[in-house]
Design a binder for this molecule. Structure first.
Ligand SMILES: *Cc1c(COP(=O)(O)O)cnc(C)c1O
Length: 511
């Protein structure tokens, strides 16, 4: 039997009055100031750390005690341990040399908005539980919808509406559930096994996962093949032939997820023609613009979502490329009732209130999976107001221009090639087969892929920059995603030099 510690305070029969208020305003002021200083120093010195964490699995349990402290510990001591033990295990997404995945671009406004929201710490499940949380969310969703020139039908002012969720995965699950119930209400629940969900082989796995959770038959998820010829966009003809053969087999087309800016290569599905096909079969179309949607606040990128008026729902992650700290996924739907029908439950007595019964308010608990919800609108509101449309566009254009600059550097070096056209602020490149031939290296597809994989690992282990990869059309590509808020041209130039140096060394040693 383990020995049970006796609470020393109970032991000597006293209750200490020291620090018994976990929200003491004076202590809050002191410690929170300290924390802001800590973070300011972190941002200032962020480049001194390796971008990708270099620790081995399990490293942290070697540094920390096996059980929680019984006695309180001061914030100073805890911060010291953050510096010593946690930071080595951090991959620095805010580093200007982080070019991996997609950006998670934070900002002062995003941080302060999060701070306010966390400080108020309200649980805005329905309107009454914090009217400002609900109303601000509806207002900023209409603001952002207008900035994107979404059709009026997606805005509250036009009969639709927007909601802030945690992530795209949740947003897709919610829209899929809405589409499913909308369809089954018409034809009967027994048909669920016949429903089919469509995407391309570039569609984010979130859709397949959502389909599984939503009870769609796992055999009824179609990942339609894309090709380099169509720049890895989903072809409306391929979609239609997949649908036709499913219909012939007695299945029921339900849902299409079209992507604006795929995760692998930022490919774009053309919404107009795809929505036309989907409409003929009465399907729900969701537009996943998790990363690239943000760029559509700039006129020169808006054409990428032309045709969105034919879709049923649209989402983007403000925590990717919209300077809003994690997490903040913006979802708009044309038919909020479809969402509400799928996600609401009969209201338990303790949630009943006059406002909800009046049907004049939004109860966002019915627009998402969970009951409790954070005051996320606060950070989006701060971001929109602090930077204004003008600077948000400038930030995005700045990143796109840096990516263009990097693209130019790649194009000038004959040992490298660009693999797919650049659409936004991400460049997909690799060491070319001809460079390997020049160095008398085997240059069949497999060897070229292997060489590039080794190159990327060598770069990332060195820690100065961090990039990740994808495989598109069988080709291993290195993805250079610009978008960290601290990045400037100097970092992009340095990154290119790091790539060249590593490639040069590898080509020399191998020949
Ligand atoms: C990042 C991404 C997702 C997943 O986003 P989460 O918010 O992490 O769920 C989905 N689709 C695309 C295209 C993405 O780039």
């Amino acid at each position: 039997m383990g020995s049970l510690k006796v609470d020393p305070e109970l032991e000597n029969g006293s209750t200490s009055m020291l620090n018994l208020n976990p929200l003491d305003p004076d202590e809050f002021r002191r410690q929170a100031h300290m924390m802001v200083d800590f973070l300011a120093d972190y941002y200032q010195n962020i480049e001194k750390y390796p971008v990708r964490s270099q620790v081995e699995p399990g490293y942290l349990s070697k540094c920390l005690p096996g059980s929680a402290p019984y006695h309180p510990e001061p914030i100073e001591k805890i911060l010291y341990d953050v510096e010593r033990h946690i930071i080595p295990g951090i991959t620095h997404w805010q580093s200007p040399n982080h070019f991996a995945f997609f950006p998670c671009g934070g900002s002062i406004a995003g941080f302060l908005g999060e701070m306010l929201s966390t400080g108020f710490n309200v649980v805005g499940f329905n309107w009454m539980s914090s009217p400002a949380a609900t109303e601000l969310e509806s207002i900023v969703m209409d603001w952002l919808g207008k900035m994107l020139q979404l059709p009026n039908s997606f805005l509250f002012s036009g009969g639709g509406g927007g909601v802030l969720q945690g992530t795209t995965c949740e947003a897709i699950l919610c829209t899929l559930a809405a589409a499913r119930d909308h369809c089954l209400d018409r034809i009967g629940r027994d048909w669920i096994g016949k429903l089919v969900v469509y995407g391309s082989d570039q569609t984010h796995f979130a859709v397949q996962k959502a389909a599984r959770i939503a009870g769609i038959n796992p055999d009824n998820f179609r990942a339609i093949t894309t090709t380099k010829a169509s720049a890895f966009g989903l072809s409306p003809d391929s979609l239609e032939s997949a649908i036709v053969s499913d219909v012939k087999a007695g299945l029921i087309p339900l849902f299409l997820c079209a992507t604006i800016g795929t995760t692998s290569s930022t490919a774009v599905d053309s919404l107009g023609p795809l929505c036309d096909v989907a409409k003929r079969y009465n399907m729900w179309v969701h537009v996943d613009a998790a990363y690239a949607g943000s760029a559509c606040i700039c006129q020169e990128f808006r054409h990428f979502i032309d045709g969105v008026e034919g879709a049923n729902s649209f989402s983007l992650n403000a925590h990717k490329w919209f300077f809003t700290n994690l997490d903040c996924c913006c979802l708009w739907v044309k038919d909020p009732n479809a969402l509400i029908k799928a996600l609401s439950t009969s209201t338990p007595e303790y949630l009943k209130n006059k406002a909800s019964e009046s049907n004049q308010v939004v109860d966002y608990k019915d627009w998402q999976i969970a009951l409790s919800r954070r005051f996320r609108a606060m950070k989006l509101w701060l971001v929109l107001r602090t930077y204004g449309v003008v600077n948000l566009r400038n930030f995005i254009r700045g990143h796109v221009n840096m990516a263009k600059h990097f693209e130019g550097l790649v194009a000038m070096d004959h040992r490298f090639e660009l693999v797919v056209p650049r659409n936004f602020a991400m460049v997909c490149f690799r060491v070319s087969p001809s460079a390997l031939r020049d160095h008398r290296e085997p240059s069949d597809a497999n060897c070229v892929n292997k060489f590039n994989r080794k190159l990327l690992e060598s770069i990332n282990s060195a820690g100065r920059i961090y990039m990740t990869h994808a495989v598109v059309g069988g080709v291993y590509v290195i993805r250079f995603a610009v978008g960290a808020s601290l990045t400037n041209y100097q970092h992009v130039n340095m990154a290119w030099k790091v790539v060249q140096d590593h490639a040069h060394a590898m080509l020399l040693t191998s020949s």
